[in-house]
Design a protein around this ligand. Structure first.
Ligand code: SAM
Length: 244
């Protein structure tokens, strides 16, 4: 049974240690008071990817400020499994879905990649950051995924780390079943999901010519990009990740 899981969680980038007093930013104080309805003397959990999770209490609460006093550590820092999700930005609400669900599913890095048929431009890092923090607070993660700025498919390929397998969800339908392919991978991996219009054939050829690319099929039906992202990440997590 998870200890303290009823206590609100707040992600704080600052260093967390016993006895530390942290003055919250205006937006964090507003969130604590207006959204989480916390009052003076309230108890919560604060966490980040370096220091783990700590019990803390709130004082000097107002809509514009609040002080957090750190008590004891509840859980040591713990990294999520090393799996990247590279995805072509799709329409806004579906992007939000991808960010939230991928964070819940333990992704370690989120990398927006524009392709020939991507109809949506750069994603706003500040909005992405806020969405993944909220998802990490809710899902009891002890870290948050790394967030990359949007790059193009070519930029991604040109700077790809050779030791990392890129599991390429290819809707063309002539790739190996994803489960079989994922079972045979060893070492670091990443997933690549295309845009609503899919990949162009020259992109497909360019990707398949890379030694580290592993094309996979997600079955006979064409999945929406957000469905494909979550399905493939779920599969990877179940086979190679921390669901075992
Ligand atoms: N080109 C398709 C169309 O226009 O209907 C749709 C592409 S699909 C909405 C978006 C992405 O999801 C694809 O580029 C691919 O990465 C992934 N995807 C969807 N269905 C898939 C499948 N059955 N096998 C592998 N990947 C799939």
């Amino acid at each position: 049974m998870r200890e303290n899981y009823k206590l609100t969680r707040l992600y704080l980038e600052v260093h967390l240690s016993a006895g530390a007093e942290i003055n919250l930013s205006k937006s964090q104080a507003h969130y604590l008071v207006s959204v989480l309805r916390m009052a003076d003397g309230g108890t919560l959990r604060v966490f980040n990817g370096r220091d783990g999770e700590w019990r803390a209490s709130v004082s000097d609460v107002s809509r514009k400020s609040a002080t957090i006093t750190i008590a004891e550590q509840l859980r040591p820092a713990q990294k999520s499994p090393d799996i990247w999700l590279c995805f072509a930005p799709v329409r806004k609400h579906r992007n939000s879905f991808i960010l939230e669900k991928a964070t819940e599913l333990g992704v370690s890095a989120l990398k927006p990649v524009t392709t020939a048929r991507t109809q949506f431009g750069k994603m706003r890092l500040d909005k992405m950051h806020a969405q993944i923090i909220e998802a990490a607070e809710q899902t009891e993660r002890l870290d948050i995924p790394e967030l990359d700025d949007t790059t193009t498919l070519n930029q991604m390929i040109n700077s790809w780390p050779e030791n990392r397998t890129l599991i390429f969800a290819d809707e063309k339908g002539d790739a190996a079943p994803a489960l079989e392919a994922i079972q045979n991978i060893s070492g670091p991996a990443a997933l690549l999901i295309g845009p609503e219009g899919g990949f162009e054939d020259d992109e497909r050829t360019h990707l398949r010519s890379q030694s580290y690319v592993l094309p996979v099929s997600l079955g006979p039906r064409i999945l929406r990009a957000d469905t494909a992202a979550i399905s493939l990440l779920t599969l990877w997590q179940a086979v190679q990740g921390d669901w075992n």
